[in-house]
Design a protein around this ligand. Structure first.
Ligand SMILES: Cc1cc2nc3c(=O)[nH]c(=O)nc-3n(C[C@H](O)[C@H](O)[C@H](O)COP(=O)(O)O)c2cc1C
Length: 351
């Protein structure tokens, strides 16, 4: 059995547990990252941020990324197709206090790959290496890369590209062993992750279909990866992180679920503003309240409401004990200075 509480390193950055919270566009806002840290993620990652914002400010955006003191260690993920703007963006990322600059070579969304970014770079080895060289040469923090296996089904491009990226300066690689073409269908083929581990001398993080401690142990044990990354399994379910890291499989009480959701709502509103948060939050209601935690009609009711204040009121009425938990949670969150990264959070996410 692997101790998921054993620290490991990405360059000089110590990561306190073997669980990394996945970057997810439209999901990995600050509230999600801070919550992930509280429940056992050793490293959290922002959703992808576009370096195109440096040159032209017309990128469609969900807003700007905010960094708080209790997120560290934090990786901020960049995507783009050219070395120069990526290096400039990396300097900005370092300046707002990111501990790691992560580069996205996995996003399968056409709007991104069409620009020569994301998964496109899996098959443009020379350009991919130029980007990593430029980024690694422009910052002092470690630079990491997140990959898919390749563009087409069955591709093994990541195995050719991975070692080259390490030569170019990557301090760690995360592999989501699905092809871009696959999007999220089928299963993650972690045999490929094991092959990548055997080819590089930097830590590899295994991403894909890890939703439980049993699965995490199996993936770590069979691949030799240093850590697992958890994405969809943590949506509306920070308790899954606790189960994976500590083996604590207790289902959360209804009050606990309501308290975490209200806190999440408040934090999202603070971060995104009421108007954007209202739409952004809708998917989270289903994620939190599903799994038999609340009756279905209650979730439907919340979706109809048009203010987050009203959502909060209904949640606290449905689980009155949540108030005390919420108070305790809010007291624990440090309210310190925040830094804002002046680069657009892209709405075209994926990886
Ligand atoms: C909604 C969503 C958005 C995502 N956005 C990103 C992203 O911005 N950058 C990235 O590298 N991967 C992104 N991914 C991929 C995840 O980080 C992860 O590799 C993938 O979901 C597989 O892990 P899972 O099975 O634990 O979800 C996204 C995945 C989802 C579901």
């Amino acid at each position: 059995m692997i101790d998921l509480r054993a620290p490991w390193n990405i360059g000089p950055v110590e990561v306190p547990t073997r669980l990394v919270l996945a970057p997810m566009a439209g999901v990995s806002v600050q509230a999600f990252r801070r919550q992930g840290r509280r429940y056992g993620a050793g490293l959290v990652c922002s959703e992808m941020v576009s370096c195109a914002g440096i040159e032209h400010r017309n990128e469609k955006t969900l807003g700007y990324l905010r960094v708080a003191a209790d997120e560290h260690p934090l990786a901020i993920q960049l995507f783009g197709s050219d070395p120069r703007p990526m290096a400039d963006a990396a300097r900005m990322v370092e300046a707002v206090g990111a501990d790691i600059v992560d580069v996205n070579f996995g996003c399968p969304v056409k709007k991104v790959t069409r620009t020569g970014a994301g998964a496109h770079l899996l098959e443009d080895i020379e350009q991919a290496c130029r980007i990593i060289e430029a980024v690694a040469g422009s910052v002092t923090v470690p630079v990491t890369v997140k990959l898919r296996r390749g563009v087409r089904n069955g591709s093994r491009a990541a195995l050719e590209l991975g070692p080259r990226l390490v030569e170019a300066g990557a301090a760690s690689l995360t592999l989501h062993p699905r092809s871009a073409e696959q999007m999220y269908t089928g299963t993650a083929d972690h045999e490929l992750t094991a092959e990548l581990v055997s080819l590089v001398d930097v830590p590899v993080v295994a991403s894909g279909d890890v939703t439980s401690r049993v699965r995490a142990q199996a993936v770590l044990g069979t691949t030799g990866a240093e850590a697992v990354m958890v994405g969809r399994g943590a949506q509306g379910n920070p308790w899954a992180l606790r189960e994976i890291v500590d083996g604590d499989a207790q289902e959360p009480a209804r009050e606990e679920v309501a308290a975490e959701l209200v806190l999440f709502v408040r934090e999202a509103v603070r971060e995104l503003g009421e108007r954007r948060a209202t739409g952004f939050l809708k998917k989270f209601y289903g994620w939190y309240l599903g799994q038999g935690r609340f009756p279905k009609p209650f979730k439907q009711e919340l979706l109809q409401l048009d203010s987050t204040e009203e959502v909060e009121r209904r949640l606290l009425a449905a689980a009155p004990g949540a108030r005390d938990i919420l108070e305790r949670l809010e007291a624990e969150i440090p309210s310190g200075e925040e830094m804002t990264l002046e680069l657009p959070v892209s709405i075209y996410g994926g990886g």
